[in-house]
Ligand binder design. Structure first.
Ligand SMILES: NC(=O)c1ccc[n+]([C@@H]2O[C@H](COP(=O)([O-])OP(=O)(O)OC[C@H]3O[C@@H](n4cnc5c(N)ncnc54)[C@H](OP(=O)(O)O)[C@@H]3O)[C@@H](O)[C@H]2O)c1
Length: 210
C-alpha cells in the first residue's frame, strides 16, 4: 500500500519501520522537515518536505501528531484527504496525561467532522509505540482494534494491521473510537502509576470468532 504518515515522532517512526518491513511504500512528513528526513532515513521510508507533499499519492494517510496539533493538521490538508483512508492513531490526552481532553466524542469523530469526504478509521492508538514497532509478545500477536464507518476502509486498515503482525479486530463504527481512546488511556495510566516500561499491549483471550 502507498502510505503517508503525518508526524515523525515515536508513533510515526514505529509505524514507518513496521510498514516498510512489511513491504509498503511509506512517505513521512513532520512539522520540521529535518525530523521527517531523519525518521525516513532511520526506517527506510521517503521524506516529504511538507504534509501537503506527503498526501496526494497515498491511499492511506496516518495521523501521528499530538492531539493539540490534530485540528490544524487536518484543516491544512483539507480537501487533499477527500476519498482517502485516514487512520487516526492519536490519543486526545490532557496535557497532564490525567484523562482525556474530549467528552461525549472522540478525536477520530472530530477528524471526521472536519473532513467529511475522508474515510476516517481509528487504529493503532491502543498500541504503545514500542508495540507498534513489534506487535508480537512472546510470539503472540497483540490485538489491533479498528473502528470506522466505512467498511471497505476499515477492511483496508485491518489488512494493514495484519501485514505488520497484529491480530486485527473490528471494533465497530467510528463512535467506538471513544472506547479505544479510553483503552489507550488506561494503558498509559498504568505505565505512569506503576512505573512500567511502556511495553504492555492489549490482547483478548478466548474465542474471537463466531
Ligand atoms: N507514543 C506512544 O506510545 C503512542 C501510542 C499510540 C498513540 N499515540 C498518539 O500518537 C500521537 C503521536 O504520539 P508520539 O508519541 O509519536 O508523539 P511525538 O513523539 O511527540 O511526535 C509527534 C510528531 O508530530 C509532529 N507534528 C507536530 N505538529 C505537526 C504538524 N503541524 N505537522 C506535521 N507534524 C507535526 C512532530 O513534528 P516535529 O518532530 O517535526 O516537531 C513530531 O514528529 C499522539 O496523539 C499520541 O497520543 C502515542
Amino acid at each position: 500500500m502507498k502510505i503517508a504518515i503525518i508526524g515523525a515522532g515515536n508513533v510515526g517512526k514505529a509505524l514507518s519501520g513496521s510498514f516498510v518491513r512489511a513491504g509498503h511504500d511509506v512517505t513521512i512528513s513532520s512539522q520540521h522537515p529535518d525530523n521527517a528526513r531523519a525518521a525516513a532515513a532511520e526506517t527506510g521510508a521517503k521524506a516529504a518536505a511538507t504534509n501537503a507533499e506527503a498526501v496526494p499519492s497515498a491511499e492511506v494517510v496516518v495521523l501521528a501528531v499530538p492531539y493539540g496539533a490534530l485540528a490544524d493538521v487536518v484543516d491544512e490538508l483539507g480537501d487533499a484527504l477527500t476519498g482517502k483512508v485516514v487512520v487516526d492513531a492519536t490519543n486526545p490526552l490532557r496535557p497532564d496525561y490525567q484523562g482525556l481532553a474530549v467528552e461525549g466524542t472522540s478525536a477520530a469523530e472530530q477528524v471526521q467532522a472536519r473532513v467529511k469526504g475522508a474515510k476516517v478509521v481509528k487504529a493503532f492508538n491502543t498500541a504503545l509505540a514500542a508495540r507498534q514497532a513489534d506487535p508480537l509478545v512472546d510470539g503472540t500477536p497483540l490485538d489491533a482494534f479498528v473502528a470506522g464507518d466505512d467498511e471497505q476502509a476499515k477492511a483496508t486498515v485491518m489488512e494493514l494491521a495484519r501485514s505488520i503482525g497484529f491480530h486485527p479486530i473490528d471494533a465497530g463504527p467510528l463512535e467506538l473510537a471513544r472506547a479505544l481512546e479510553a483503552l489507550a488511556l488506561l494503558n498509559i495510566m498504568l505505565q505512569i502509576r506503576n512505573n512500567w516500561t511502556w511495553q504492555t499491549g492489549w490482547k483478548l483471550v478466548g474465542p474471537t470468532s463466531a
